[in-house]
Design a protein around this ligand. Sequence first.
Ligand SMILES: Nc1ncnc2c1ncn2[C@@H]1O[C@H](COP(=O)(O)OP(=O)(O)OP(=O)(O)O)[C@@H](O)[C@H]1O
Ligand SMILES: O=P(O)(O)OC[C@@]1(O)O[C@H](CO)[C@@H](O)[C@@H]1O
Length: 309
Amino acid sequence: MITTITLNPALDRTIHIHSIKYGEVNRVGEIREDLGGKGINVGRILSGFTLPTMNMTILGQSNYHEILEYFKKDEMAVNYVEVPGHTRTNIKIVEKDLNRTIDLNESGLSVDSKNYEKFLEKLDAIAPKSEYLIMSGSLPEGLPKDTYKEIANRYGKQVKIIIDADDDVLSEGLKGEPYLIKPNIHELENALNRKLESDVEIIEAAREIIKRYKMTYVLVSMGAKGSLLVSAEEAYRGGTIDVDIISTVGAGDAMLAGFIYGLSRKKPLNDCLAIAAACSALTISVEGYPRLDLDDVYDRARQVTVTKL
Ligand SMILES: Nc1ncnc2c1ncn2[C@@H]1O[C@H](COP(=O)(O)OP(=O)(O)OP(=O)(O)O)[C@@H](O)[C@H]1O
Ligand SMILES: O=P(O)(O)OC[C@@]1(O)O[C@H](CO)[C@@H](O)[C@@H]1O
């Protein structure tokens, strides 16, 4: 089984507009709402591939019914604790003419230590039975920056720990010695506090982290520039597929889901990276966060160039 943890889930409200005119009234086009949150986006794809997946999360009492409906519609298993308040809504503004997305993410619910203990009790019953534990996204208010490290320390001996986060949440999480992280290039640069200008520099940086935190893989996503998979001994460059982009939100989550799917099916690393890129391409070329069809993913994966470096 695979467990995802999304401590700060969200409803994503996506607004399509040609381009924002500052200081003027902007008339928006289509608006849609989807269940988001990084771990949940990963879990949706994995369960669509029929991998047994449990999504652990924290929901606000005032709109949890609405969110549970989304889990039902997306056919995803969920285990959650309720806390006072309203699960956040994140605004995604897609500027068609500029090929650009602006994310306006709320800080989220406030979680006290009593409710967090309840969450951990639920997690204790599930995490040790998992092959992978994927912790993705920001933390809600009230939880310390080293929350992912603590969770990694709690289960890391039995379970492969995966972290996708940024800033302090990533830097602290690394101290839990995860199995894999999936930073985008900016998150990796922030973690190391320096600019990374070439593949060679990125690989060196990833290996520095792998060595320091006894990790196995760093999967670096670079938007339109593709991806790099780095381990202590190997490195692969993953290309992209030319698709018409609707919105790039969730591209990284799809990449992580595809890569973990490949690993869990014991595919060679180059195939895992191709599957990952295919999941991203399919996700960015449609509205919202659909479940993906595995046959489509394999078809697309054949179009991805993966080079061993
Ligand atoms: N503009 C693009 N053109 C082609 N492929 C893209 C583009 N943006 C993203 N991708 C694909 O998606 C993958 C992940 O994208 P990206 O690096 O933007 O992830 P991310 O920053 O973690 O995204 P998010 O946080 O929104 O999930 C890329 O490696 C690439 O394969
Ligand atoms: O605020 P966080 O937790 O860092 O990111 C949350 C989020 O932007 O990530 C997903 C896309 O990756 C969206 O579904 C969601 O709104």
